[in-house]
Design a protein around this ligand. Structure first.
Ligand code: ZN
Length: 173
């Protein structure tokens, strides 16, 4: 188990464009995935991308765990996406609040408009390519994490900076 420090905005790793992994099933890829999962859980995040632990490779992980405030229907098991590519997005969009472990350690939230449904292709740690159609929160996380691989953070996607909110205020809202 290895919890890595969450890289913060201002660190060049967050703004760099990450490069593809040569192998999805190699021991080094599996180690990055393991570290990402451990770190994501430790920081209580629903997704984490390699640049967030200072590695500019195209891999991210997601996991939607149940919380007191989260709708149980949104629960989703841990998933690993190596060399992911969003191949289709719905015309339907949704606006919701997002935070990020690399933006003030998850302390800031803002409203971001994103596609409601996405189709993503990626490789699993078994080296096999898969296609996933995701909607709602999982679709949002996949778009947020894919952005990280291209040096983009949710602040860049915000149209209304006036919606920025401290985490504690959002919880109380
Ligand atoms: Zn993030």
């Amino acid at each position: 188990m290895a919890i890595k420090p969450a890289t913060q905005i201002g660190d060049p790793a967050i703004r760099a464009r990450s490069v593809a992994l040569a192998s999805a099933s190699s021991p080094s890829t599996k180690k990055i995935a393991r570290d990402l999962i451990d770190s994501m859980r430790s920081y209580n995040l629903v997704g984490m991308a390699a640049p967030q632990i200072g590695i500019n490779k195209r891999i991210f992980v997601t996991e939607i765990r149940q919380t007191r405030t989260r709708n149980p229907k949104t629960e989703d098991p841990v998933r690993v996406f190596v060399n992911p590519r969003i191949v289709a997005v719905s015309r339907k969009q949704a606006i919701d609040y997002e935070g990020c472990g690399s933006v003030s350690h998850g302390g800031l939230f803002g409203a971001v408009r994103r596609s409601y449904i996405v189709t993503v292709t990626a490789y699993g740690l078994d080296g096999k390519k898969f296609t996933l159609r995701a909607e709602g929160l999982l679709a949002r996380i996949i778009q947020h994490e894919t952005d990280h691989l291209n040096g983009v953070v949710f602040l860049d996607r915000m149209k209304d900076m006036g919606s920025l909110m401290d985490r504690e205020l959002l919880r109380g809202a």
